[in-house]
Design a protein around this ligand. Structure first.
Ligand SMILES: Nc1nc2c(ncn2[C@@H]2O[C@H](COP(=O)(O)OP(=O)(O)OP(=O)(O)O)[C@@H](O)[C@H]2O)c(=O)[nH]1
Ligand SMILES: [Mg+2]
Length: 379
């Protein structure tokens, strides 16, 4: 035991095929350390798993199975042998400190200025290793180097081009700390909640064979390809909700579409493409990426139900929440369309919103803002 994390080996010590370690984090300030050591194959954070949930994944390069056995307790099933057990125990106990201080440790030899403090604030909000690595390279000099280049640059035209290249990563930079939002929308009973469950790999939403089951929004965080996503299950969108509670759910579903980066429109292939589906598709904002999930294809025994004829290039994925058909394609589609490209390591990134706004104002109208003053405030 070290600090407030208790680590106990449940199996006998010595060589064995499998060792079981029980971890009690009741006294720990955060389970962030556990989350950062273990990468579940389905991307779920151990601290987000329901009690009883079994997760398969990697712990420092080794295959392990993690079971959440209580509010603050987990069991880790790893390769037998004292060395493997000792390594995991040591990582959990030595690292028993908030993720924030862990990151601070990694970066505390860097000189602190207003810029670094602001980047550090963002770094501490990162939920995945991939996003944290971008923030870390900005913190350890990337952003400062970019601003210095800008201040050394005399030629206004070159500066404008350099700034434009920097600012085009603004949306990407904001998602390093805020997940991309994807709404699962569709007619009642189309299979939205079932698909969300299949995608995130566990039963987060209530599934029922009556329309109107999901009355409110259910959100689930997941990591795909190292990027953070928030999947939002919505109440079936229909014109007239049958009662008040449902009506509130339907209303928030419409709202969530408006604030989303992507929309997964679920259609019951057994009912076929209806006018209501066409209206829903048309209501998706133009700047929101969309895909039609042609669901319940496992029921198409007499041959596949005909796909809707789309006049544009709308992507359609045939799915079955029951058989898992197409789920892999959905999981691949989301990060591919949301993050089609990412900057290289050396690129300065607009990870500090206040600074990005000042530089964008200068880029919009160089005569209204003094670049020299902006840089002097941050460097
Ligand atoms: N055979 C089959 N049944 C499915 C599939 N997806 C969902 N279902 C069933 O369809 C019914 C409705 O599923 P839900 O996931 O609750 O549908 P929903 O769109 O969330 O419904 P609301 O929340 O009421 O709008 C349930 O009985 C599911 O088991 C599928 O791919 N194949
Ligand atoms: Mg539902």
């Amino acid at each position: 035991m070290n600090g407030d994390v208790k680590v106990t080996q449940l199996t006998a010590s010595g060589r064995g095929a499998v060792a079981v370690i029980r971890v009690d984090m009741a006294g720990a300030e955060t389970s962030g350390r556990f989350d950062s050591c273990f990468q579940a194959a389905n991307g779920m954070l151990p601290s987000h798993a329901a009690v009883g949930r079994i997760l398969y994944g990697m712990w420092d390069g080794e295959d392990v199975v993690v079971v959440r056995v209580g509010e603050h307790e987990w069991e880790i099933h790893c390769h037998g042998g004292d060395a493997a057990v000792a390594r995991i125990s040591q990582q959990l106990t030595v690292v028993d400190q908030p993720l924030d201080s862990l990151l601070l440790e990694r970066v505390d030899d860097t000189s602190e200025g207003r810029l670094e403090t602001a980047v550090l604030e963002q770094l501490l909000k990162c939920r995945t290793r991939r996003t944290a690595s971008f923030l870390l390279s900005q913190y350890t000099g990337g952003l400062r180097r970019f601003l210095t280049t800008l201040s050394d640059q005399e030629d206004a035209a070159t500066n404008a081009a350099v700034l434009a290249d920097f600012l085009r990563w603004r949306t990407f930079a904001s998602h390093l700390t805020t997940p991309w939002r994807a709404a699962v929308i569709g007619q009642p009973n189309a299979g939205k909640s079932s698909l969300l469950n299949a995608i995130i790999g566990y039963e987060r939403s209530i599934v029922f064979d009556q329309p109107g089951t999901t009355r409110d929004l259910v959100e689930a965080e997941l990591t795909l390809d190292g990027w953070p996503f928030l999947l939002i299950d919505t109440a079936g969108i229909r014109d007239r909700a049958s009662n008040d509670i449902e009506a509130i759910g339907v209303e928030s579903a419409r709202g969530s579409v408006a604030s989303c980066d992507a929309c997964l429109l679920v259609v019951d292939s057994q009912k076929g493409w209806t006018n209501a589906d066409a209206e829903l598709l048309a209501a998706i904002p133009a700047d929101c990426q969309s895909v039609i999930l042609w669901n319940k294809t496992d029921l198409s025994h007499g041959g596949p139900a005909p796909l809707p004829q789309m006049s544009d290039a709308t992507k359609i994925i045939e799915t079955s929440a029951i058989d898992g058909i197409g789920i892999e394609d959905v999981i691949t589609w989301l990060p591919t369309v949301m993050v089609p490209s990412s900057p290289d390591d050396a690129q300065g990134l607009p990870v500090v919103e206040a600074l990005a706004t000042e530089l964008a104002d200068y880029a919009d109208d160089p005569s209204s803002v003094s670049l020299h003053d902006v840089l002097a405030r941050w460097l």
